[in-house]
Design a protein around this ligand. Structure first.
Ligand SMILES: [Fe+2]
Length: 407
């Protein structure tokens, strides 16, 4: 089995490689393979721009051919001999064990092979002991194309044992569909074709890894229905599907929980184009059908806000770097959030020796706090009949937030 071309630790170092910089489907840069990085380093040695490009191009051809051969011959998702991480058989056992509407589930995401993730899973496993887990996406660094199978294998090695202990229900994120480089100097049509190829193979790998028929789906458990949305948002067929799911759930008198990757509201660093912080056709559906809560990831940090009566929570503290709260001015007075302090972010972007500081704002208690160490955290949701409550807990046991979700 081909190993991932990059370790998680290498990703941030290799994102920017000068002329060979590339971007994912969502426009963020992707890590370079070792071959491409080498090509860039070789090219840097030569002063002539034309020679630089010629050397880089030849190296790229050679390494691409090598990678493609590996992809054709021995890459499988999940790894050969490993059964898919299908949550449904475990859910069947849960249905036998739990016979009342009293249960607990965790919500976490944006782990991307982080060295901090095992501490969170240990806390989850030994202390929280949820009945099942919802993941809000970005569980792999790059799930599509030639590098994808290696990252899925890494996930199975890191977390496979956890995935066998209790059901882990996934939502698809941009990193599940990210992969091979998009060369910005090439025609737009080529860039778009590469993005589509990456996304298509990423979606297929995602479905195979978890044995799902589709990347968006729902499941029922006791008195609730859980609806996983596609990335970035439901549109066309998936929008109609969502409306139908919500209508059926409401008619059946179920609690409705929705989860996905891209949030609808944030105070982190995702742009307005991606997270509008304004009503959309999808949020209007949530209001119309009385969704109990919407859980998302993507903007690494914690955020809770209640908009038009619907709780929206970002649980994206599974281990990836915490983003700065650049949009904190858009928070409502009672919101709660945990992001990197924007001032500290500016300082350490300019000087890598400056240690990041984190801003924990609790609009309910009116407290602001600066934290020096990065926290990993999850949401824990307890359902008891028609009552549901959530708390955000760190792997050290600190409670960052508590709220009632049910109406
Ligand atoms: Fe993401």
């Amino acid at each position: 089995m081909t190993k991932p071309k990059l370790s998680a630790a290498e990703i941030t170092e290799q994102v920017w490689c000068g002329d060979l910089a590339c971007a994912r489907a969502d426009g963020t840069p992707v890590p370079q393979s070792r071959g491409r990085k080498l090509a860039w380093r070789c090219a840097k040695q030569f002063p002539s721009l034309r020679l630089k490009f010629l050397i880089a191009f030849m190296c790229l051809l050679w390494f691409s051919a090598k990678t493609n051969r590996a992809a054709e011959t021995n890459q499988h998702v999940p790894p050969e001999g490993t059964p898919a991480f299908d949550p449904r058989p475990l859910m069947d056992k849960l249905n036998e064990r739990i016979v009342t509407d009293k249960y607990c589930f965790a919500v976490l995401g944006d782990t991307k092979h982080s060295v901090k993730f095992p501490a969170l899973t240990q806390y989850l496993d030994e202390t929280i002991k949820p009945d099942f887990v919802l993941t809000t996406g970005d569980m792999v660094a790059a799930g599509g194309g030639t590098v994808g199978p290696g990252y899925w294998e890494e996930l199975s090695m890191d977390s496979g044992a956890e995935f066998r202990k209790r059901p882990w229900w996934p939502a698809i994120g941009n990193h599940e569909i990210a992969s091979d480089p998009i060369f910005m100097e090439r025609p737009k049509s080529e860039q778009q074709a590469q993005m589509k190829t990456n996304a298509d193979s990423g979606v297929e790998n995602f479905k195979q890894f978890y044995n799902l028929d589709r990347e968006y789906y729902s499941f029922s458990f006791r008195n609730a229905i859980f609806i996983a949305l596609p990335f970035p948002n439901p549109q066309g067929e998936s929008f109609n599907w969502l409306e139908n799911e919500l209508k059926n759930a409401k008619d059946a008198g179920k609690l409705i929980f929705v989860w996905n990757h891209c949030p609808f509201f944030t105070v982190g660093m995702k742009s307005k184009a991606e997270v509008p912080n304004a009503p959309t056709e999808t949020t209007k559906l949530f209001e119309h059908y009385g969704v109990c809560a919407v859980f998302s990831g993507h903007d690494h940090g914690y955020y809770r806000t209640i908009r038009e009566g619907i709780p929206y929570l970002i649980s994206a503290g599974g281990g990836a770097q915490i983003y700065p709260g650049l949009r904190k001015a858009e928070a409502l007075p009672e919101d709660v959030y945990y992001f990197e302090n924007p001032e500290s972010y500016k300082a350490h972007v300019n000087n890598k020796n400056v240690k990041p500081k984190y801003l924990y704002h609790n609009g309910v208690t009116g407290k602001d706090e600066t934290l020096n160490e990065r926290e990993v955290f999850m949401l824990v949701v307890n359902v008891d009949g028609n009552k549901a409550g959530a708390r955000c807990v760190t792997s050290s046991g600190r409670i960052l937030d508590e709220l009632i979700l049910s109406k």
